[in-house]
Design a protein around this ligand. Structure first.
Ligand SMILES: [Cu+2]
Length: 213
């Protein structure tokens, strides 16, 4: 598959550190709020080393700033449209949950040219990327992303992009307010292709499906 990247500059370490901290804050909040999905996912990735048990982390301890409250519409809505035979897709972090994609599924044609922009336009200081996986690879990519937790410095330099043939296309790691457009050709084979943010700890929630038909 032909993939073009506009830029390969690495992300700043400040944002990585901030992102990890915020990720942990979200985890604490999730424990307090009893969000079963997040607790299950983070429990696996953080283990008992970092996740305080519920008795020592009351919900009141969660920082209010990390709690998404607004559902205000983004200035330019994300969209999927056709231009000159190509699928032109714009994604942003979700307005209600900044650790999600606002568009969680879209459809392209077999072999179609795709121009996808991921615009990390969020008020929350989180780094994100966008990784398109092979059909059926979602669980492997989630495991790979969470496994990077043990070697954050090594993987930060690689934009937290997993290695191997499961990755079909991807953006670089985007700091807040950064965006990148990637051009790629949709797979010939029809099916459901997962996309994820593979920043460690994000992919259990921050995911979607590109349907090829
Ligand atoms: Cu992310």
């Amino acid at each position: 598959m032909d993939t073009h990247h506009d830029s390969h500059e690495g992300g700043g370490s400040f944002w990585s550190a901030a992102n990890v901290f915020i990720g942990l804050a979200f985890g604490v909040f999730a424990l307090g709020a009893g969000a079963v999905l997040i607790v299950g996912g983070l429990g696996k990735s953080f283990g008992s080393k970092k996740a305080p048990d519920a008795a020592h982390a009351p919900a009141a301890a969660a920082p209010a700033a990390a709690t998404p409250t607004a559902t205000a519409p983004v200035a330019v809505p994300s969209s999927v449209k056709e231009e000159g035979g190509a699928a032109v897709v714009t994604l942003k972090p979700g307005a209600a949950n900044p650790m999600s994609f606002d568009v969680t599924n879209f459809t392209v044609k077999s072999g179609q040219a795709v121009k996808l922009t991921f615009d990390n336009d969020s008020t929350t200081p989180l780094q994100h990327n966008w990784v398109l996986g092979a059909a059926g690879s979602k669980d492997r990519l989630i495991a790979a992303a969470n496994g990077m937790m043990a070697e954050m410095t090594k993987w930060m330099a690689r934009g937290y992009i997993p290695e191997g043939p499961d990755v079909l296309a991807h953006t670089k790691l985007l700091n807040p307010k950064e965006k990148e457009t990637v051009d790629f050709t949709a797979p010939k084979e029809k099916g459901d292709y997962p996309y994820l943010c593979t920043f460690p700890g994000h992919s259990m929630i921050m995911q979607g499906t590109m349907k090829v038909e």
